[in-house]
Design a protein around this ligand. Structure first.
Ligand SMILES: Cc1ncc(COP(=O)(O)O)c(C=O)c1O
Length: 423
């Protein structure tokens, strides 16, 4: 290599290194998280917790009401807000008694806690699981399943199983039929398939009542736009939904005069149903607490309202990794975000670091559910017993990992709310 080529190669290498070298992302708490940290240190339990910010939740309830199609009812998705008090708070503010349930123990709990609620299953339950509900549920209960609960049925064989259950228990079941509006997660795919199910229901009026359709459409906003635009996918899903409604009326025109539940949407698409929808009720849950998976353009008007807080157990300078201890002060030369190491209480949640800014996991050390290693630059000025804050990427499973929710207003812990029983 001649001198000229050597200089060019050296400059190119220096530029490449400068471009690849990670930025220093560290920074102090914002005033919001600083206040939360102070209150948690004074009044908290110094354990990992899931916090719900009621001020932000209130804003999200308003945002949801602002974009809800005024011709539709709102059905809250219980699995995404899995706390009886949280559900009660939102049902009150949003003036709805409609909930979508996905887990049998949640059904039992909700039916007892909110006996006036109107419940629709969001997934088909094995008939044996449904049977266990009726074994616990007696006629004295205020909640009346024959009027207030719709089981989701995705196929004729499942309908046969539910008919057998109804006959064996001498009960009447409300049947909502799952339709596939493009997600392909199950349910009837063609409107003609409806005929056999409706016939079976109508042949057994003492045991079964048709109560409506459920067509869930989150794929609409998740398809790459190069394949299909969200508007096009939405129109297609609506056309499919409409074809089932028309088939139903063609089978028996009397259904037009009945109060049926045509359930649709979910947080990702609820805004698309705003001006025109064939559904008469729309479901949403996650958008009200907005985990990171819901950072979608369609949910821009919502704000994060749930955070994990967890104390720092240990703080160390540099980054020490077993067997490459000599790299302790070299790693931070490459990545300033490795200037400090924190070990936190717990970890490896489905969540992203939120505050202070610039925290990151260490891929060399590996994750831990017991004491996760977290790195950050010297611009992060927290110490042992301060708190690290993360945003869950989803609510439905992450909320279940911390015990009671800590309820915050004005950055002060107000109370704790229980989590729905999982068994
Ligand atoms: C049938 C059904 N409807 C609606 C939803 C929407 O829930 P969320 O608003 O929490 O995304 C879901 C989520 O899984 C679902 O399965």
């Amino acid at each position: 290599m001649n001198r000229r080529k050597f200089i060019i190669a050296s400059v190119a290498a220096a530029v490449a290194i400068a471009l690849l070298k990670p930025d220093d992302n560290g920074g102090p708490y914002s005033p919001y998280f600083s206040a939360l940290n102070n209150d948690l240190k004074s009044n908290g339990n110094s354990l990992p917790n899931m916090l719900i910010d009621l001020d932000k939740l209130d804003l999200n309830i308003q945002a949801l009401q602002a974009l809800l199609n005024p011709k539709t009812d709102l059905r809250l998705v219980a699995k995404s807000l899995p706390s009886p008090e949280l559900l009660g708070y939102i049902m009150d503010k949003a003036a709805t008694n409609k909930l979508m349930v996905f887990h049998l123990p949640f059904l039992t709990h909700i039916a007892q806690t909110y006996p006036d609620s109107d419940l629709l299953f969001g997934k088909p339950m094995p008939a044996k699981a449904a049977e266990s509900f009726y074994q616990q549920h007696t006629a004295e209960h205020a909640f009346k399943p024959e009027k207030q609960l719709q089981w989701l049925i995705d196929s004729e064989p499942r309908l046969q199983q539910y008919l057998a259950l109804a006959k064996s228990q001498q009960i009447k079941l409300q049947v909502n039929i799952e339709i596939d509006v493009g997600l392909h997660r199950g349910g009837l795919q063609r409107a003609q398939e409806l005929d056999a199910l409706i016939t079976l229901i109508e042949q057994n009026p003492s045991y079964l009542r048709f109560s409506g359709f459920m067509g869930y459409d989150p794929h609409v906003v998740k398809l790459p736009s190069i394949i299909k635009s969200a508007d096009e996918a939405y129109q297609e899903s609506q056309t499919i939904y409409q074809s089932f409604i028309e088939r139903l009326y063609a089978i028996n025109n009397n259904y037009k005069n009945q109060k049926l539940c045509f359930n649709g949407a979910g947080s990702p698409t609820i805004a698309m149903h705003n001006s025109n929808t064939v559904a008469n009720e729309l479901s949403a849950g996650s958008c009200l607490v907005k985990p990171t998976d819901f950072d979608l353009p369609s949910l821009e008007s919502f704000t994060a309202a749930a955070y994990i807080s967890t104390p720092v157990l240990k703080k160390m300078a540099g980054t020490q990794i077993p067997a490459i201890e000599m790299a302790k002060n070299i790693l931070p030369l490459w990545d300033a975000n490795m200037q400090q190491t924190f070990f936190i209480y717990g970890g490896k949640w489905l969540a992203k670091y939120e505050a202070p800014s610039g925290l990151q996991n260490n891929g060399l050390f590996g994750p831990s559910t017991n004491q996760d290693m977290v790195n950050g630059s010297n611009k992060i000025d927290i110490g042992v017993d301060d708190h690290v804050f993360l945003r869950p990427s989803q609510s439905e499973s992450v909320f279940l990992q911390f015990g009671d929710l800590l309820i915050v207003r004005n950055q002060i812990i107000q109370q704790s709310w229980s989590i729905l029983k999982q068994v």
